[in-house]
Design a binder for this molecule. Structure first.
Ligand code: NAD
Ligand code: GLY
Length: 353
């Protein structure tokens, strides 16, 4: 089992390993001795697979258990679902000394996290991520939120969990396509901060090394979040590939998988950086070979103008400037703030053949 401490305002531990769901009740008891009711939020697919394990563990630890299940998929990260969840928490008489468990992927984690942050002005919650993306990214760092009709993640909070338990056994049931989407984020961590991880990803059997790969990503995210919990600077590095990636998702009306969009976004940024002389060509070669190996795309059919227009909605835009993430070496990236008007030329460089 790997254990990583996240030393933010309210420090917590991220545990990564096999069989962790079996003892979730014991963890709640140890961390939050006053809990009487454990309220689990999950989705219909994940609940069908793992809710019974969690319920049994909670019962063994002597606490009451109740659960709320959403339909799987991004559409559940909505205002309507958020309010319905708050109503349910109130009806279930969950109190401030109880605990919410977010059992599922990033959708469940983001929605349950926001409910935990706001219900009774804050109830402790524990992240139980069951997708690769949620293990390496969304369950750590405290960002939670919902989508608005105007765009993704437009309403949210920073609210750190009390604990993250990433039970790697749950990845056995994850559809391969969803697993590969998570790999796009893993590659992102390699590009951001670890040449060693990039090396590991070229190895023969990534599945055997998965717990250590996840732990590396979490440690990289931890290092960034500890420096910049509220996303005022360095934390923007975690958005490598996301400016163009979000533009692609927007243009595709959110039918293009997030992992694919991020993969293309990273390739666009790396190509532009190489062509501007900011990054060695070897980085692009390595990134493209990794994307190819893990069956992730590196090219988009959308033109630079459409991508630019769509990218103007990016959250890293501040008035007439936008901060982009520029790969500059193997396992190294930097933030660069440029005039918004220059972004189109950057994207043109990145999509040109
Ligand atoms: P998801 O939560 O939609 O899960 C993907 C699919 O996999 C769903 O159908 C789900 O039911 C299924 N699933 C989950 N775990 C399973 C398992 N173990 N076995 C079988 N099926 C399983 O998608 P995701 O990729 O985990 O998360 C995407 C969300 O995360 C987006 O909303 C994104 O905005 C958010 N996100 C948040 C942050 C953050 O910092 N808060 C970071 C990155 C992404
Ligand atoms: N996933 C981006 C962040 O946590 O900041």
């Amino acid at each position: 089992m790997n254990s990583i401490e996240v030393n933010v305002n309210r420090p917590y531990e991220v545990q990564i390993g096999s069989g962790l769901l079996q003892d979730v009740g014991g963890h709640v008891r140890r961390l939050l001795p006053k809990v009487r009711t454990v309220a689990v939020v999950t989705d219909d697919t994940v609940g069908g697979l793992y809710l019974a394990t969690v319920a049994a563990s909670v019962a063994r630890a002597g606490m009451e258990f109740c659960s709320y299940s959403i339909a799987p998929g991004e559409a559940s990260k909505s205002g309507a679902e958020y309010l319905a969840l708050l109503h349910w928490l109130a009806e279930a008489e969950v109190t401030r000394t109880d605990c919410i468990l977010a059992l599922g992927g990033g959708v469940v984690g983001d929605l349950a996290g926001l409910a935990a942050a706001t219900y009774l002005r804050g109830v402790p919650y524990i992240q139980l991520p069951t997708t690769l993306l949620a293990m390496v990214d969304s369950s750590v760092g405290g960002k939670c939120g919902i989508d608005l009709p105007a765009g993704k993640n437009l309403a949210g909070a920073f609210y750190q969990p009390a604990l993250v338990l990433a039970d790697t056994d749950t990845l056995d049931t994850l559809p391969e396509a969803v697993f590969r989407e998570g790999l796009a984020e893993v590659i992102k961590y390699g590009m951001l901060g670890s040449a060693r991880l990039l090396d590991q990803l070229q190895g023969d059997d990534i599945m055997l090394e998965l717990p250590s790969v996840i732990a590396t990503c979490v440690a990289l995210k931890r290092d960034i979040v500890e420096q910049d919990e509220f996303d005022m600077g360095q934390r923007m590095l975690l958005n490598l590939g996301h400016t163009v990636g979000h533009a692609i998702e927007r243009l595709g009306d959110y039918t293009i998988p997030h992992g694919h969009a991020v993969a293309i976004g990273m390739a666009v940024d790396t190509r532009a950086a190489v062509r501007r002389g900011l990054c060695p060509a070897a980085c692009l070669y390595l990134l493209e070979s990794l994307l190819d190996r893990y069956q992730l795309p590196s090219r988009t059919a959308y033109g630079p103008e459409a991508l630019f227009e769509a990218a103007l909605h990016d959250k890293k835009r501040a008035g007439a400037e936008i901060t982009i993430v520029v790969p500059c070496g193997l396992g190294q990236s930097e933030l660069m703030t440029i005039p918004v008007a220059s972004l189109q030329a950057w994207i043109e460089l990145g999509v040109a053949t």
